[in-house]
Write a protein that binds this ligand. Sequence first.
Ligand code: ASP
Length: 601
Amino acid sequence: MENYKRTHSCGELRLIDANKRVILNGWVHRIRDHGGIHFINLRDRYGITQVVVNPGSPESLLETVRSLKPEYCIAVKGKVLKRPRNMVNHDMPTGEIEVEAREIVILSQCAPLPFVIDDKTDARDEARIKYRYLDLRSFSMQRKIRLRHRAAFAVREFLEGEEFYEIETPTLIKSTPEGARDFLVPARLFPGKFFALPQSPQLFKQILMVGGLDRYFQLARCYRDEDARGDRQLEFTQIDIEMSFVDREDVLSLTEGLYAHLFKKVLGAELSLPFPRLSFAQAMDRFGTDKPDGRFALELGDFSPWAGEGEFGVFQEALAGGGTVKYLAVPEGENFTRKGIAELEETAKTYGAGGLAWMRVVKTPEGRGALEGGIAKFFAPRQEAIISALGLKEGTLLLFSAGPWKTACQSLGAVRLKLGRDLGLIDKNRFHFLWVVDFPLFEYSEENQGWKPAHHMFSMPQKRFLPTLEENPGEVLGDLYDLVLNGYELGSGSIRIHDPELQKRIFRIIGLSDEEAEKRFGFLLKAFAFGAPPHGGIAAGFDRTVMLMAGEESIREVIPFPKNTQGASPMEESPAEVDPRQLEELGLQIRGKTPGQERQT
Ligand code: ASP
């Protein structure tokens, strides 16, 4: 390398460098032979520079050039030349110059490529993950990795300015599941015992508060052994935050400040603060989800007062069963065919609805508003009153979902989202942040026939529910909050319990006996016995944040080495079997293989 170390990067040279003797190192991006003149686009992280090899060059140089292939790693010694005016490329920062090669050294050759390295690759995701080192060379990946780096830096910069300490917490810990399955690590020095990888640093960050550190953050790796599904990754990164002597407002405004700084610094985008807030109940009622996409209006309404008056049995049954009837008024709905409505119905059914009722608002020849089609006939006597009370315009398509409140809201919420996408109502260039607050603290689990925490079991119930927690856990609201961006849950957090007695009451409600709680979380309860400060915090998904900043739809696009959709890594082929000696040292024996595993080996 000694004589061939670069003097400049491939993105650096400009007109004022003309006539300089330079050395460039990089990869052959493209190579063309124009009637004996060879043009090489030489690429590195910083850009592309055109290298030209003239036909009159020494034979040894010509020979080397003829042997070059895309992605060979080379060094070029040469002279910077001003390009002739008609050859200037205004799309490239280095487009006014080229480097006339005097010598080219092949630093390493490249095997036949599984896909062409390019910004707009159509290579299959699997190949891109398997040959990640090639995918990472593309400008689009390099841009995203740079964005990720800059985002991490901006987070640190802001939090340092707010007097937070960045503190690492251990990744070999006691198994304390937080809702998902733990990854276990056998402990060789303690045969039969296991560490777990943290699902999040939750308990450690709370204990740091007991330790008087007051304001903590970490770009924390989290591990959850969940079934491969959608855009999930087994390991991911959170911006993890905890603060002492705070209430909800402090955590929310700190987080808003953090995101405003991050988006300004990295994207130059101004976020308007404070972010709007919805209660969980409002979010469900108006958008049919606890993570509303606020980039378009089209809100759900309550049709229950009218539903009881009509003669439509499905609605009446829903109301009689304590449920509700929700509606969506879709403007310019005359363009929907029955097939289009059937597609929307499929979406509603996926979210548990029995069906999707509909009718249209039309104008009679006398110029009055009327309801037509679908279930209109059941509401004919009240049609004018309905049209005026709901403020409906001619051409509106009304869609209805009836059933238990949550199902009616969620199914119609899914229809709303589909309409938003299909009708192009979503402004893709907008960042719409909002908070969802006042979540229920507990959810009923049919599977376990008991209460489970809606977030995690360390969250504080709202004060007014404290005296009566046990009476009706389903009604208790927590001091919980979710940060939502463009319909994605970006993060969640809570004010925590710091009183060991209250923590034990929560454990009991979710069915953990005092004994079991002591066994699993005794260390936390013990720490709380030593003057624990009131505290609260939040964790925001870092991968997801960067994904949305990059305008991508999968977190795999912004993770340098992601797992594939099966939760495996095809690059180094993990997970993999291990040497029998390793198992022996750990005192482990593999009992049998699942059929799937046998096929692979
Ligand atoms: N540890 C929580 C989670 O990972 C976040 C928090 O409450 O701070 O979801």
